[in-house]
Design a protein around this ligand. Structure first.
Ligand code: SAM
Length: 278
């Protein structure tokens, strides 16, 4: 008998993957957590029936979340990841030699524990520079003014505890938690299916940050496969890597490159219209 897992990506669109084995399933205080071994994508983390990350395509997303802000910033020393309990963004952040401290504020301790056990390739929590806070990311930024060079939100979709991570109050708190020149990035969903959300996040970032923008990349398991990242900075130009940074860091990457960094900010007209002020 064949077993399939289906995610309703919109009310009218479903993605289905064939499952070899259910490796883990539990209800945490925050959400239903599942790890599946799938034929097409390898191991897959699923929260409340929504695909979060998979062994096969995680690099495309995690590299773009981490390397765009970290290579654009003039000297990123202290970095915060909000959400991101699978550890993929934190792992990429820790590959940067300039990083002295990498913090993660994840609301659900069980996501981290389950990912450590079932998705060990995705994370590097044992690195001495890494520190995990089990708390709401909003509270964490409010309690840490003028602390971070880069803040990255790797959240679930805007439902439940993640809703406020897409709003103006949170963006203002992030601005205060960043040091001068600091960069903020958050995943901002699909330009095919979440157009209002992208418009709203962009408008909020323009109000709060002197520099705001949008870049994009491909992630096959997210709705539509075409994914956006919204960025706001305290003055730094996010659109290109700083001089010499790539050569110095000597990273082996599979999606990110300095050319992809620059190209990711070139927007098709149907996406560009979402970032323009009305
Ligand atoms: N890359 C995935 C995506 O785009 O769908 C997200 C991966 S990561 C596992 C998402 C994490 O955000 C979850 O573990 C969830 O517990 C966490 N999260 C949601 N709201 C949060 C909040 N307010 N503060 C901290 N973590 C939060």
């Amino acid at each position: 008998m064949q077993v399939w897992f289906s995610e309703d990506q919109t009310a009218d669109l479903r993605i289905s993957v064939r499952v070899r084995q259910v490796l883990h399933q539990e209800r945490s205080p925050y959400q239903e957590i599942m790890v599946l071994d799938t034929v097409q994508f390898g191991r897959m983390l699923v929260l409340d029936d929504v695909i979060q990350t998979t062994e096969k395509d995680e690099f495309a997303y995690h590299e773009m979340m981490a390397h765009v802000p970290l290579f654009a910033h003039p000297h990123p020393r202290r970095v915060l990841v909000i959400g991101g309990g699978d550890g993929g963004v934190l792992r990429e952040v820790l590959r940067h030699p300039t990083v002295e401290e990498a913090h993660m504020a994840e609301i659900d301790q069980r996501v981290v524990e389950v990912s450590r056990r079932h998705l060990p390739e995705l994370n590097n929590f044992a690195d001495a520079r890494a520190r995990v806070f089990f708390t709401d990311g909003i509270r964490h930024v409010e309690e840490h003014p003028d602390t971070y060079d880069v803040i990255i939100v790797d959240s679930t979709d805007p439902v439940g505890p993640a809703v406020a991570l897409f709003g103006s109050d949170f963006h203002r708190a992030v601005f205060r938690a960043l040091r001068p020149g600091g960069i903020f990035v958050q995943q901002s969903e699909s330009p095919f299916f979440n157009r209002e959300l992208i418009r709203q996040v962009q408008s909020s970032l323009r109000q709060v940050f002197p520099v705001a923008g949008l870049y994009w990349g491909v992630v096959p398991t997210y709705p539509g496969g075409f994914w956006t990242y919204s960025v706001g900075t305290r003055g730094t130009d996010p659109r290109r890597p700083r001089e010499g940074a790539w050569e110095e860091a000597r990273l082996q990457t599979r999606y990110y490159s300095p050319e992809i960094h620059r190209a990711a900010f070139a927007l098709p007209p149907f996406v560009a219209e979402l970032v323009e002020a009305e």
